[in-house]
Design a protein around this ligand. Structure first.
Ligand code: BGC
Length: 456
């Protein structure tokens, strides 16, 4: 006799932190205003042919000038938390040295207005917009970048840690390396097998240095944010299984292993060959700093096969016939979300976790009255929230969830062609219109998950 699985009560733990996330270059606009220094993303987007339609972040969602109204919008949705990133170059125009009071003031006012609205700020220190002046000195390839980053972080800790309780060092180091130094699709647009391992290592050293600096200046919580894409072999053939291990090492373990275990996965040498250096043991003492939480961004899984043309892992994802895909071509697979949360607990310990991003680009249809009934995004959020709830039921210590994204915004090299927001942005008028998914999410927040209904 088979026993039907017990449905799960959808209510989340008391105090669960319900939020939404954004990133500076994707929403702020006014990238050079009030003395800000240029970022690598400004330079990249202004290089013809790099971003779809040659879109730039010059205006984006004009959040730099509309922040008070955006905070009111968050409050109207009942958000308990807001994760945003700081543009390094607004605070330190040259990336180091002189502090730009006006840039720091923008973030200080944002923090104060969030707190006044009852919304907890979570700050990401680095969401991909390195000051161009630092890139001119080698950027993530210069070992001094760990000191530059810790000094920049310390300026913010000293000014804002009295009001900000959760800090993130880096957002998705994998994307910085894979997009910025392996395939070149993202800033600074390099494609170099010898640079990529160095960028990885300096990112992780910078993470460690920023955590160490936090222990000197901060009194709350700090963690790393990784994007995890669990990998499943397309077949049981040994070459596909081996390819899956490489893909998993490259995308997932490359950053978690040094941060939590003090070593890179052995597959890194297999992937990069002679380009993967032997790192000094003392570097791992810096990298492996105890953190207060881990932030996980989850969008999709990978079903992987061996592929001799797929540099550098010789592994690629296959597209399945019977699966749903989002507008960015990512499979909708909530089950893998529960799986990866349990995998993190089993491999790295039961540390506090925040889901720092989860969401989907969908084909939004705008009705004549301007509303957007984005049922596919509502389904995505409902099933993925169910997966988070199931992981909590299985004992994973998930403390909060941040939908990506609050607003439609500049989706990096896709420009404005992909929309991830629960709030629509009509770019010519900058009008914000909450989509059906925003109303759905507001209901989830107000009921602490109960409105999801029993989770199968
Ligand atoms: C990033 C966001 C991005 C989102 C969707 C994550 O990789 O942190 O900046 O917009 O995924 O691609």
């Amino acid at each position: 006799m088979t026993v039907p699985p017990r449905a799960i009560d959808p209510t989340f733990p008391t105090g669960f932190l319900w939020g939404a996330a954004t990133a500076a270059y994707q929403i702020e606009g006014s990238p050079l205003a009030d003395g800000a220094g240029m970022s690598i993303w400004h330079r990249f987007a202004h290089t013809p042919g790099r971003v779809n339609n040659d879109d730039t972040g010059d205006i984006a969602c004009d959040h730099y000038r509309r922040a008070p109204a955006d905070v009111a919008l968050m409050q109207s949705l009942g958000l308990k938390a807001y994760r945003f990133s700081i543009a390094w170059g607004r605070v330190l125009p040259e990336g180091r040295g002189r502090v730009n009071a006006a840039g720091l003031g923008f973030y200080e006012r944002l923090v104060d207005s969030l707190l006044a609205a009852g919304i907890e700020p979570m700050i990401t220190l680095y969401h991909w917009d390195l000051p161009a002046a630092l890139d001119d000195r080698g950027g993530w390839l210069n070992p001094d970048v760990s000191d530059w980053f810790a000094d920049y972080a310390s300026v913010l800790y000293r000014r804002l840690d009295d009001r900000v309780k959760r800090w993130v060092t880096l957002n998705e180091p994998w994307v910085v390396v894979d997009g910025g130094y392996v395939h070149g699709a993202l800033a600074p647009g390099h494609r170099n097998r010898f640079e990529a391992p160095i960028a990885t290592h300096n990112l992780m050293r910078a993470h460690g240095a920023a955590v160490m600096a936090y222990r000197a200046h901060g009194h709350h919580e700090i963690g790393l944010v990784v994007n995890l894409e669990p990998k499943y072999p397309a077949t049981s053939a040994p070459e596909d299984v081996a390819a899956t291990a490489r893909a998993d090492a490259y995308m997932n373990r490359q950053f978690l292993d040094p941060a939590f275990k003090g070593a890179y996965p052995r597959e890194m040498r297999e992937i990069y060959g002679e380009a993967w250096p032997d790192w000094p043991a003392r570097d791992f003492e810096l990298i492996r700093q105890p953190t207060d939480f881990l932030g996980i961004n989850y969008y999709t899984r990978g079903v992987t096969r061996a592929d001799a043309d797929a540099w550098p892992t010789l592994a690629s994802n296959v597209r399945l016939d019977n699966a749903a895909y989002t507008e960015t071509g990512w499979e909708v697979c909530p089950r893998a979300f529960s799986d990866v949360l349990r995998w993190v607990r089993d491999h790295y310990g039961n540390l506090p976790i925040y889901i720092t991003e989860n969401g989907a680009a969908m084909k939004d249809e705008v009705a004549v009255d301007g509303t957007v009934d984005d049922t596919t995004r509502v389904d995505y959020l409902r099933t993925h929230l169910g997966a988070v709830r199931a992981a909590i039921e299985a004992g994973v210590d998930v403390r909060g969830y941040f939908v990506w994204s609050l607003l439609d915004n500049l989706e990096w090299a896709h420009g404005y062609s992909k929309r991830f927001g629960i709030v629509r942005v009509d770019y010519p008028t900058q009008r914000r219109t909450p989509k059906a998914s925003a109303r759905f999410y507001a209901g989830v927040i107000a009921s602490n998950g109960a409105s999801l209904g029993r989770i199968p």
